[in-house]
Design a protein around this ligand. Structure first.
Ligand SMILES: [Zn+2]
Length: 87
């Protein structure tokens, strides 16, 4: 009787701490245009009043008018909050 018990290898392969898979939507010309439009019309962070550098989708990617300008710090705070909520 062959004594070949498959041994479970410990997961030594380190998984690089990659950011979450980027939504392909963010690479479209449509989004880039929208984002530019949003930042040129609303150049100030909607939360703290600092210069906005990022555009946040308030309710996901469904509605292109659902945008708000945020600074980097407020946007990452917002993203963390949403990730915690499982969105
Ligand atoms: Zn801000």
């Amino acid at each position: 009787m062959p004594n070949k018990i498959p041994t479970l290898q410990p997961a030594t392969k380190s998984i690089p701490n990659l950011p979450r898979q980027r939504n392909p939507y963010y690479d479209t010309a449509r989004w880039k245009r929208l984002r530019r439009w949003q930042l040129s019309h609303y150049p100030v962070c909607n939360r703290c009043g600092r210069p906005a550098t990022e555009v946040h989708h308030i309710n996901g990617l469904t509605d292109s008018r659902n945008l708000e300008s945020l600074c980097k710090s407020c946007h990452s705070k917002q993203t963390r909050k949403e990730n915690k909520n499982g969105v």
